[in-house]
Ligand binder design. Structure first.
Ligand code: NAD
Length: 357
């Protein structure tokens, strides 16, 4: 099979880590008889430099017409002082909305060989954890009406949250379908003791849950969830929540694994074309130095094979090779955590993974 992949390498370490993932895809393609035809598109700071806009129309069209999109990261200090409407981050929101991507999937798990990098107590780490955060991506307070006005105490600002039944139903279905492929447990997180949007969220999730009698479903208030994630993350399988709660909790879930250089993500819509990217940013402090950990991007490519291209064996092959490289003791600087020896470069780590495919 031939698959068309749009590559949006972006800024900072983006080009280094996406190139690593492409090398892995080429090897997997050769092994399983596929061709991954990759085309580069500009987005973020590099697009601002080249075209004056963070998300050129050509990039949107190219991504829309591809089977899937693999993205590095965008942004950096060079563009920090630009006005809000032409900031690199605009490219991400623009791409998500142009591709209709309403779900963000973020797996977070502990690798036993890297348990030393985990920030939790050893007895909690020993239980292990492997969860997926399913975050609603295109609704809620980040997209609600906002503004400034003069209120009772003078100048004030406001943001509003709205969720429709349709938006909650479709994200809940993603969570239940994901749980069916895992340990069949969904925890829905809200703030139903205070927020009306959360009460609608909860009612709707319960109704959708009836369609999935084989999946256990429970609710948790967001403040309790923030505690439970550090107290006993092993209790979670699939977590589903709104845009803002998901933004905060998914960063918390990734932090407890020990390194953001390891964590992949997928943004999905109703079609097959998804956007796959590491959860970290463009790491300007190490950009161009061949020091970045390529694993998060390589695992994002594996998620792309699994979710957008239905290539399960190929995705397993990549994930197993990453596991094997970590188990064999290979480390980039960010996951050394006091280990002896010299850290591998981005290129060397990529080679160690490719050798194990
Ligand atoms: P960051 O994730 O880029 O970096 C935080 C720290 O983690 C840095 O010390 C960095 O060196 C390290 N790090 C990140 N990825 C790594 C990797 N693969 N290997 C080794 N170390 C890694 O976050 P930041 O410094 O807050 O942001 C830098 C820029 O990235 C900003 O312009 C921000 O807006 C942007 N950003 C982009 C995205 C995205 O494109 N999705 C996400 C977050 C931040």
């Amino acid at each position: 099979m031939v698959y068309n992949i749009a590559l949006v390498k972006g800024d900072g370490i983006g080009p280094e880590i996406v190139s690593s993932a492409v090398k892995v895809l080429e090897k997997v393609g050769a092994k399983y008889g596929h061709e991954f035809k990759c085309t580069d598109y500009l987005a973020g700071g590099c697009a601002i430099d080249a075209t004056g806009m963070p998300l050129p129309e050509e990039t949107v069209e190219g991504c829309r017409n591809s089977d899937s999109v693999l993205l590095g990261a965008v942004g950096g200090p060079k563009w920090d002082t630009l006005p809000g409407n032409i900031r690199p981050e605009k490219a991400l929101l623009g791409l998500r909305s142009a591709l209709g991507l309403f779900t963000n999937l973020r797996p977070a798990k502990i690798y036993p060989a890297l348990s030393g990098a985990c920030t939790l107590r050893p007895d909690i780490v020993a239980k292990g954890f492997d969860l997926v955060m399913v975050r609603e991506l295109t609704g809620g307070i980040y997209f609600g009406e906002r503004g400034r006005r003069v209120g009772k105490y003078g100048d004030e600002a406001y943001d509003t949250e709205a969720y429709s039944v349709m938006e909650v139903e479709r994200i809940a279905r993603v969570a239940f379908e994901t749980a069916r492929k895992r340990r069949k447990n969904v925890v829905s997180i809200d703030k139903a003791n205070v927020l009306e949007t959360s009460r609608l969220w909860r009612e709707t999730v319960h109704r959708v849950a009836e369609e999935y009698p084989d999946v256990e479903c429970s609710d948790m208030l967001v403040d309790n969830a923030a505690m439970q994630l550090v107290r006993d993350p092993s209790r979670f399988d699939v977590v589903v929540t709104s845009n803002m709660f998901g933004d905060i909790l998914s960063d918390e879930a990734s932090q407890i694994t020990g390194s953001i250089g390891l964590l992949a993500s997928a943004s999905l819509g109703s079609g097959k074309c998804g956007l796959y990217e590491p959860i970290h940013g463009s790491a300007p402090d190490i950009a161009g130095q061949n020091k970045a950990n390529p694993i998060a991007t390589i695992l994002s490519a594996a998620m792309m094979l699994r979710y957008s291209l239905d290539l399960t064996a190929e995705a397993d092959c990549i994930e197993n090779a990453v596991n094997a490289a970590i188990e064999a003791g290979f480390r980039t600087a960010d996951i050394m955590a006091g280990s002896e020896g010299t850290p591998l470069t981005c290129t060397e780590m990529t080679e160690k993974i490719i050798e194990r495919l």
